[in-house]
Design a protein around this ligand. Structure first.
Ligand SMILES: [Zn+2]
Length: 661
């Protein structure tokens, strides 16, 4: 039988310049590449994921000299930082290419020589305005300033007029072939708006490109003419060939070239969508399938950059949350092609609402119930009713959609679909109220089926979410008693009913930490887990002191003081979440003679559906207060436990409005 070879998927990030401080923007590109690489592996592809560092150029030479180091020594130090960050973010690259690696330098020289022999690279004289900071000659159409010099449109720095002997690449010869490429393969550049920009740039005409310098020493020498150094962009772009073995491992190179996806920031799209395919055409290489120009993460509506001093350090978030919430947020919040504005509030909202509430609580509740009611065993559920089958059918449909969306690099849409399904599973559980069924032994088969179905749905959700949140989803699979990790099973192999005989649920572990905004913002001093009061307060007048202080100063009250409190039994008639809050529920409570609206901070522990119809104790004579724009006419009593508010509900029937003494 002939061995069928797997399809391949080759994805790259730009190689990051070692003189840059790695920030959320770099993390973003790399996270997207990692998610797509993991999703393709689950599709059965053989994947090669390449990232690395760009280590040549004048800026490195200068920065190293200032520190009294050799350029390579400086690069070695920075590379360690990059590798640490990628490890902290769970980045699963296959190879980390450095442009100072001998195999890269030899590969660049080989291509250069080949193009020179073909006549696509020739020696000439270049005169132009040069930005030292960006190592870039300015476009001819940048106007002269009053003082007679040009200013770099990218960084705003004064440029110098440079005239030097150099080698040119005959880019002008590739205008027509490039336009033909864009015509024939509209997906060569994505999103389509960026394709339009690129095509209109090329239509305006292309000049030959100077690709060497004599003023820069720190780089790859031109073969046979070592006073010339190959220009950083020509050098750097070829990492996509050398990183998979061009010139050193032909078998691997042939296996993975051409690249399926070059992920790049929109600012470097021109290099990748114009110069790069032209170099490749000249060298007789196949062309990459897609160059995806993603948007920027902005801070306060400006692009993050070292020079502007507004970079967000990923470690600020990692130290509170670990990698998964950041990975999730960056790809959920905006489609890959658009810009996003990073705000700590938006980040925290996503983490608390999507991750902790919707997903984390679902997992926690379901697993806890299976452990409490069935000693953790779920392999023998009762008969399946149509409503249960709908959950299975819903998952089958979800899987098709989500996989197709991953294939189309539409990660945010895949997550939207997955979250719609999570909501349906939460509704399924709330609608069946398993905690009520558990009270009567005759309901056990039904209870077993409902919990089995919910656990199966959770298992499927985690499988689909694995590419985005690999470490958390592996944890859930482990708690479900799975012997395998989620990525040991392909999307196509996944079986909704795949629980093994004897599979036992382990105690659920906390998945997503809850962090208060104030702790998050005062980073550095805040605890990892949220502390402090989560009382169901309606009218907390004074800011809470720390609980230790409160205990020390707690006053003794008289019986008369206590009698001033009007405590009554309340019946919860309706409950709904207060929009844009993490844990506030708006309740309508029947006090026997009247109905009250109360706002309670219990939405992280209870779902609205679950507490409707329950009876609790309410402080009925508390002065009304407005909480997040909603009036609260009283307060419900709850115990504070592990940072959560647990409501004491009445076990036996008691009339609403009964006095509590
Ligand atoms: Zn500049």
């Amino acid at each position: 039988m002939a061995k069928t070879s797997k399809p391949t998927f080759y994805v790259t990030t730009p190689i990051y310049y070692v003189n840059d401080v790695l920030h959320i923007g770099h993390a973003y590109t790399t996270i997207i590449a990692d998610i797509l690489a993991r999703a393709k592996k689950l599709r059965g592809c053989e994947v090669f994921f390449l990232t690395g560092t760009d280590e040549h150029g004048q800026k490195i030479e200068k920065a190293a000299a200032e520190k009294g180091l050799q350029p390579k020594e400086l690069a070695d130090r920075v590379v360690v930082r990059a590798l640490d960050l990628w490890k902290a973010l769970d980045i699963s690259f296959d190879f980390f290419i450095r442009t100072t690696m001998p195999q890269h330098e030899r590969g660049v020289q080989a291509v250069f020589k080949m193009l020179m022999d073909k006549g696509d690279v020739y020696k000439g004289e270049y005169k132009g305005w040069y930005c030292v900071s960006d190592e870039n000659f300015l476009a001819e159409d940048v106007p002269l300033e009053k003082e007679g010099h040009k200013v770099c449109p990218d960084c705003g720095k004064k440029c110098i007029l440079v005239s030097e002997e150099c080698y040119f690449f005959k880019l002008s010869a590739y205008q027509k072939p490039l336009l033909d490429l864009y015509d024939k393969n509209p997906a060569f550049v994505r999103p389509p708006s960026r394709m339009n920009e690129v095509a209109s740039f090329v239509r305006q005409g292309l000049r030959d490109l100077s690709i060497t310098r004599t003023t820069v020493k720190w780089g790859v020498p031109v073969p046979g003419d070592p006073k010339h150094t190959i220009y950083v962009w020509f050098d750097a772009l070829h990492n996509y060939l050398t990183g998979i073995g061009y010139g050193t491992d032909d078998k691997n190179f042939r296996r993975f070239w051409p690249a399926d996806l070059h992920l790049v920031g929109k600012d470097i799209l021109r290099f990748h969508a114009v110069f790069w395919p032209a170099f490749l055409m000249a060298g007789g290489f196949e062309l990459p399938r897609t160059v995806f120009g993603h948007g920027w993460w902005l801070k306060d509506d400006t692009k993050m950059s070292k020079s502007k001093g507004n970079v967000l350090d990923p470690y600020q978030i990692l130290k509170f949350f670990g990698p998964d919430p950041l990975r999730y947020f960056l790809v959920r919040e905006v489609p890959i092609g658009l810009d996003g504005n990073f705000s700590h509030e938006a980040f925290l909202h996503r983490v608390n609402s999507d991750l902790a509430n919707d997903l984390g609580n679902l997992v926690q509740r379901t697993l806890t119930m299976i452990r409490n009611y069935f000693q953790g065993r779920i392999d023998d559920p009762g008969p399946e009713l149509p409503v249960d089958a709908a959950l299975r059918q819903g998952f089958a449909e979800l899987k098709d959609k989500a996989v197709a969306l991953y294939d189309d690099y539409a990660i945010n849409k895949a997550l939207e679909e997955i979250w719609a399904y999570i909501t349906s599973v939460n509704k399924y559980l709330a609608g069946h109220e398993p905690w009520k069924l558990a009270k009567s032994p005759s309901n056990r088969p039904r209870l077993g089926r409902i919990l089995f179905q919910a656990a199966a749905a959770i298992r499927g959700i985690c499988h689909l979410l694995f590419p985005v949140m690999p470490s958390s989803m592996s944890k859930v699979w482990d708690c479900l008693g799975e012997a395998k990790k989620p990525d040991e099973e392909l999307f196509s192999e996944f079986n909704f009913d795949g629980f093994k005989k004897g599979q036992v649920i382990k105690e659920p572990v906390p998945l997503f930490p809850r962090v208060a905004l104030k702790d998050f913002l005062s980073e550095g001093t805040a605890p990892r887990t949220p502390a402090g009061p989560t009382a169901t307060t309606a009218a907390r007048k004074t800011p809470a002191a720390s609980s230790a202080t409160k205990e020390q100063t707690m006053d003794i009250i008289t019986y008369d003081d206590f009698k001033k409190m009007d405590l009554k039994v309340g019946l919860i008639l309706t409950a709904e979440r207060v929009p844009n809050t993490d844990k506030l529920l708006k309740l309508e409570v029947d006090l026997g003679t009247e109905k009250r609206q109360v706002v309670a901070g219990v939405g992280d522990v209870y779902t609205p559906e679950e507490i409707i119809g329950k009876k609790l104790i309410m402080v009925a004579n508390l002065k009304p207060a407005v909480i997040r724009g909603v009036e609260s006419q009283g307060m419900i009593l709850a115990a504070e436990s592990g940072g959560k508010a647990i409501i004491p509900f009445f076990e036996r029937d008691v009339a609403p409005g009964s006095k509590v003494k």
